[in-house]
Design a protein around this ligand. Sequence first.
Ligand code: NAD
Ligand code: MN
Length: 364
Amino acid sequence: KRVHRIAAIPADGIGKEVIPAGLRVLEALAKRDGGFSLEVETLPWGSDYYREKGEMMPEDGLETLRGFDAIYFGAVGDPELPDSITLWGLRLKICQGFDQYANIRPTRVLPGLTSPLRAVEPGDIDWVIVRENSEGEYAGHGGRAHRGHPEEVATETAIFTRAGVERIMRVAFDIARGRPRKLLTVVTKSNAQRHGMVMWDDIAALVAKDYPDVTWEKELVDAMAARMVRKPASIDTVVATNLHADILSDLAGAVAGSLGVAPTANLDPSRRAPSMFEPIHGSAFDIMGKGVANPVATFWTGAMMLEQLGEGDAAKALMAAVERVCADGVLTADLGGTADTETVTRAVIAAIEGANTPSGATAA
Ligand code: NAD
Ligand code: MN
């Protein structure tokens, strides 16, 4: 039997509600599949841990995580603590410490969900956004001079390296190659930002030579935002910088129905370190503790985790169960429904457990 070791880090807010739900669903899949089992360790890291110990995770946290095959992550963010402590002390520490440089964000309008875009037909939106996750605008370079004075100057420097851009470009071309349309849109702002962004365009052209079967094009990020709204069906795979893809993927989550369904994977494609799977959303102060968070993003990212662990069949079974439950209208409030987290979770588990029943046999 294949054994996969999972480190679960629910962390803060609704992360503590959706990760336990996700683990129950994964457990149901393992039971149904029979070919693999999961060894899960839940780590208590996050803002409560910080209040107690003065750090978001232990000093040797990365060493602990290195022994796992994958990380299943909830969300960080606390109403009483600055993001510079919470986000940088946990999530970004893991991403950067393990060089998870490829952030993969699939977007589809699941059956039963409606896009806020008026003209969207089912199947119109089927995108993968590839976000550069290790450098660029979030490299942390910059500073403030004359702090608080009228002459204060602050810089926020984006860092792009040839190696960093080339490796994310190859990941994006590989993903585009594996999809039916084989179309890659390279997003930059190379009309206004004339250094790093022009290097992106140059490197894209170079890498493209190794992928003659992939159609590629360039688009400026502002035009891309408009295109996502105006012509969503024209888009397939997208690659963009850390900042640009961050913004575009929230827009993608919104046009797909809700931030509550949008999953993401932080991958180290070389597999030297475990990859991290998480919903895109944050800790959601406004609804935490109420048991109404949408767990679908966490289920979907669980499917991405299974895929990466080599359990493709279980991943497909999970997505089929999620789609069935959504199509049946078992939806949380962010999607216009009345179900709570527990109801959706039970429905997905029931769909997984019932999946072996020949269709028709369960008709009431
Ligand atoms: P958020 O994603 O937490 O919430 C934005 C809005 O979407 C809220 O109205 C929330 O109720 C709703 N929402 C989000 N996820 C939902 C779900 N699963 N079901 C139903 N509704 C959902 O973003 P925010 O409010 O800007 O940030 C709150 C905190 O989370 C901040 O501290 C922020 O830094 C942090 N954050 C963390 C991550 C992460 O851990 N990866 C990502 C984004 C924000
Ligand atoms: Mn974001």
